[in-house]
Design a protein around this ligand. Structure first.
Ligand SMILES: *Cc1c(COP(=O)(O)O)cnc(C)c1O
Length: 482
């Protein structure tokens, strides 16, 4: 016995540092505050993109203890000053969001209190917060009260949960897999294909529906494809539309697709990870007509609600379909099974223990209300028009008028191959880095892509971007002796 007590005393002493003193905590807070304040203060002075780095060993854990301020400077040098700065308003590549500050306070609080948001029994308060946010989203997208949902780490897992429900509801397994058909746009996000592989549906038949000149699905082709497949004894079971494609921000004709899905009893999935919350903008609301017809819908608050990375969401109308794969009762959880009327996040997701991620949306919404989010979303739409108008003035060709805030452009170089010229131009843009743009291929043509969604992107940012593009265009012309 004494031996055990001695051992325990010794171990307690050695692990005591895991509970820092109040003074120590104050010190950490001060350092953190100093660093994050400086980061935000100087955010516009740093480039949005710094390219080209070799590997570093500086970040390796070598068992030694470093001071917090040493770690912060290491973080600054090796993390924040490399690659894309996703917190910067100048991030106009991929799908940015920014990361509003008050969400970081929520993450801090969630970590300190370490609430368990998987089961109502464990933390009725935390689960209520998450479920109330799902209720709120159901209201935003006009989903019925009976729908369920989950807050995920992002759009990919949200899509995975939705597609799993579709698979289980239509019982796509065994011999049926090879005969089953899913209808998608070529512009569908690649995480859909990943999800299908993960859930054992890599061998289903994927049909690409023809798109119009704005990269939207042409619904009449969908109906034709379904009819032909039915005639050929195949098993059409799902159609996937996007409410804002990643490449060009196109919103598919949601209502018409919904009607076809209903007629042919297809599971209707809508991926609104990028664009979904633009439904909050009055002028855009109509474009989302029919979104309420979806059997499952994905939205991504870490995109169109500007949260830091780590929050997606899925809504599904058919609870049983979701529960088929995700609901589980194990003996060691028997105490947690008291109330059947409350949805436990763990029954709607592959995750059991997870970050209490609802708090990072709940605190900002409760603090600020929805109006500043709406204003910021509308600002992104107006900035997109503004950017396009300026680009046109300096001689660029533009892709079609976008539905939302993603668009593309290219320089119509006559003497030099357009693809080659614009690739070179983007190289100069990346080298400069004051504003970050990405590229894509549209109709076999290389184009420069702009995605305006970060909450810190302002008129100033666009003016800076235009100045940079003008300079890079001169450099590219000089490069080709034009
Ligand atoms: C970003 C995106 C996804 C993937 O979401 P993550 O949050 O990155 O996992 C899915 N679909 C669309 C349309 C997206 O823009």
């Amino acid at each position: 016995m004494q031996e055990l007590i001695n051992k325990l005393n010794q171990l307690e002493k050695h692990s005591a540092i895991l509970e820092p003193s109040e003074k120590q905590r104050e010190h950490y807070q001060k350092e953190l505050h100093k660093y994050s304040s400086q980061f935000i203060r100087e955010i516009d002075e740093h480039p949005s993109f710094i390219e080209g780095h070799g590997k570093t060993d500086a970040l390796k854990f070598e068992g030694s203890s470093k001071s917090f301020s040493e770690l912060l400077s290491l973080y600054h040098e090796e993390v924040t000053l490399k690659g894309i700065n996703p917190a910067s308003g100048g991030h106009l590549g991929y799908i940015p969001g920014g990361g509003i500050y008050t969400a970081s306070l929520a993450d801090y609080l969630a970590c300190v209190t370490n609430e368990y948001a998987g089961m109502y029994y464990g933390s009725p308060g935390a689960v209520t917060i998450e479920n109330d946010l799902i209720e709120w989203m159901k209201g935003v997208f006009n989903f019925p009260k009976s729908a369920i949902g989950n807050l995920t780490s992002g759009g990919s897992i949200a899509n995975l949960i939705a597609l799993t429900a579709a698979r289980d509801h239509h019982q796509i397994k065994n011999e049926l897999i090879h005969k089953s058909v899913i209808y998608v746009s070529e512009q569908v996000h690649h995480c859909i294909h990943k999800a299908l592989r993960i859930i054992g549906l890599s061998e289903v038949i994927i049909r690409h529906i023809d798109l119009d000149e704005n990269s939207r699905i042409q619904a009449n082709f969908l109906e034709e494809l379904v009819k032909t497949d039915l005639q050929n004894n195949l098993n059409p079971f799902m159609v996937i539309a996007s409410a804002g494609t990643t490449d060009t921000g196109a919103i598919d004709p949601l209502k018409t697709i919904g009607e076809i899905a209903e007629k042919h009893k297809l599971w209707y999935h809508i991926d609104g990870a990028y664009g979904g919350f633009f439904i909050l903008v009055d002028d855009k609301k109509n474009d989302f007509d029919g979104i309420e017809m979806a059997d499952s819908l994905v939205i991504d608050p870490h995109k169109s609600l500007f949260l830091p990375y780590g929050l997606g969401a899925v809504l599904v109308k058919n609870k049983e379909a979701v529960f088929t794969s995700h609901h589980y009762t194990a003996n060691y959880m028997q105490d947690a099974l008291s109330d059947y009327s409350i949805i436990n996040p763990a029954d709607v997701s592959p995750e059991l223990t997870k970050h209490f991620r609802g708090l990072r949306l709940w605190i900002p919404l409760q603090l600020h209300g929805i109006e500043p989010f709406k204003a910021s979303l509308e600002e992104k739409i107006v900035l997109t028009h503004y950017f396009r108008a300026l680009l046109k003035d300096i001689g660029f060709k533009l892709g079609p008028e976008p539905d939302l805030s993603v668009s593309y452009f290219w320089f119509p170089s006559e003497e030099i191959d357009k693809n080659e010229f614009n690739k070179k131009l983007l190289e100069f843009i990346h080298e400069d880095g004051s504003v970050f743009l990405s590229s894509t291929i549209i109709n076999s043509q290389f184009v420069i892509r702009m995605a305006i969604l970060a909450f810190r992107t302002k008129k100033n940012t666009i003016d800076k971007g235009i100045q940079m593009i003008t300079e890079c265009l001169q450099k590219t012309k000089a490069y080709y002796n034009m």
